[in-house]
Write a protein that binds this ligand. Structure first.
Ligand code: TRP
Ligand code: ZN
Length: 473
């Protein structure tokens, strides 16, 4: 396993060197040599995640799924721009039989490598800077979820005979060919057909459903660039309720049979979004609401605009997942090592909610937490925690560290930081280092030691950082 990863990393490295050598600006005189796109986008923890050599602009999916029998037929077009002259490139797809691949309308050769790599050789190289369309037709029974640090990644079957696919860090490759990494965000359009009587659910603005020859087809459009792990697909006997936020944002709540317990929480969506807007600025997603499952995959996921919830969620869970619409979805991680940008802040947001709604004494809560934090948690860094440990400390140590930052900055600078960060990086990607710099910029303070102690360190911070004196900047 380790050897294979090292080997892949070496290959990626080689591919990058080849790319750099052939980049036209380096050698304006010589004709560039087309080179393969890398098999990974360059994430240290997931060397095969995503791919190099191009940037996806949008996905256009046409999916047909029959819950009886569990057969999926997919016809997906990936519209991308080449970042160098491409002799071949990869997409990520898990399972399925591929029936054809075309690039710009011409049949392309393809092979499959490892668990997720679909290697495509177009009939002619794709020129740097040009937009190209890769159409993949595929079918089969999707791969069932059986792994993942938290919830499994992949497909689940529901007691009512339905199915859904969601997960983090990967899930899109379980149902469509994708550049599977949050660094390559893209627009998403889906047309899904399910047998009449079933209801499909996904992310984005929902179009009218039409039924023909026993199949009901619905479309979803998300034009805001979305990280692929934030797309999802579910088919069940959903009951769908629609409304809208005060600003007109469409709200769609889908309840699976048996998810009625979630109705009270779902009814608080507008109230929660309003609270979050008071702290983080305008709601960044184009839709709101949720997908309420009647099963427990173990966790909720902040799927774009409409998070996906396990059975019997509490309001704090909605607060957490909706906070991600700013922290994680609009501003997405550059690498999975940056996951604290998502989880430390979404987790801290439930503290802010408790402060607002229950008058909770957060300083008291903070003192209790720092006294009771087990050594195993202090031992885990919040940034660059190591492959496979991304979610180890961010939920528990994360919010405590964010409160320490608030104590260090004072309420005013801290509040400004929470609001300006998502505005500054809206619809983009950021590294943890960017956040540290931004916090220093906003507060006018040198926070190196503080961040080292709380976010990068692997032991209980020294007293000066546990009980920081707010220096006014
Ligand atoms: N990001 C999710 C949350 O914080 C948690 C999560 C991580 C998850 N990996 C997952 C959920 C896989 C479902 C499946 O709410
Ligand atoms: Zn989260």
């Amino acid at each position: 396993m380790v050897d294979r990863r090292a080997w892949v990393a070496t290959l990626c490295g080689l591919a990058c060197i080849v790319t750099a050598c052939s980049a036209p600006e380096d050698h304006p005189e010589s004709a560039p040599t087309p080179a393969p796109g890398a098999a990974g986008i360059g994430d240290d923890y997931y060397p095969e995640a995503g791919n190099g050599g191009y940037d996806v602009d949008r996905y256009e999916l046409d999916i047909r799924y029959d819950p009886d029998g569990g057969h999926l037929t997919g016809d997906t077009t990936v519209v991308a721009r080449a970042s160098h002259d491409l002799s071949r490139f990869n997409l990520d797809l898990r399972g399925f039989t591929i029936t054809s691949v075309e690039v710009d309308g011409k049949p392309a050769e393809f092979t499959r490598e490892g668990a997720s790599e679909l290697v495509i050789t177009p009939s002619a190289p794709v020129n740097r800077g040009s937009e190209f369309r890769t159409r993949v037709r595929y079918e089969g029974e999707p791969v069932v979820a059986d792994r993942g640090q938290l919830g499994g990644n992949g497909w689940y079957h529901t007691p009512s005979g339905g199915a859904y696919v969601f997960g983090e860090p990967e899930s899109a490759s379980f149902w469509y060919p994708v550049n599977e990494h949050p660094r390559d965000k893209a627009a998403f359009r889906l047309s899904a057909s399910v047998p009449e009587g079933w209801t499909a659910v996904s992310v984005g603005e929902t179009g009218e459903a039409t039924t023909k020859d026993g199949w009901t087809t619905t479309t979803w459009t998300e034009d805001t660039p979305v990280a692929s792990y934030l797309t999802m697909f579910a088919v069940d006997r959903f009951e769908v309720e629609t409304s809208s936020l005060a600003d007109g944002t469409p709200v769609r709540n889908a309840f699976a049979p048996g998810a009625d317990d979630a109705r009270d929480e779902a009814a608080r969506t507008a109230e929660i979004v309003e609270f979050l807007e008071s702290r983080f600025g305008d709601y960044p997603a184009s839709t709101a609401g949720g997908v309420y499952l009647a099963t427990n995959p173990g966790f909720a996921l902040e799927t774009q605009g409409t998070p996906t919830y396990p059975i019997d969620p509490n309001p704090e869970l909605l607060v957490h997942e909706l906070a991600h619409q700013w922290y994680g979805n609009s501003v997405s991680v550059h690498s999975w090592a940056d996951i604290c940008l998502n989880e430390c802040f979404a987790s801290y947001t439930t503290w802010l909610w408790a402060e607002e709604k229950e008058n909770a004494d957060l300083d008291a809560r903070y003192r209790t937490r720092i006294e009771s934090m087990p050594d195993e948690l202090w031992a885990q860094p919040l940034h660059d925690m190591g492959e496979g440990n991304e979610f180890g400390a961010v939920y528990e140590k994360g919010p405590v560290a964010v409160h320490a930052l608030r104590l260090r900055l004072g309420d005013e600078a801290f509040g400004e930081l929470l609001r300006r960060w998502p505005a500054e990086h809206a619809n983009g990607n950021a590294r943890w280092e960017d956040f540290e710099q931004f916090a220093e910029h906003v507060s006018g303070q040198d926070l190196d030691e503080f961040f080292r102690a709380w976010f990068r360190g692997d032991e209980r911070p020294a007293d000066e950082h546990l009980h920081p004196k707010p220096a006014r900047g």
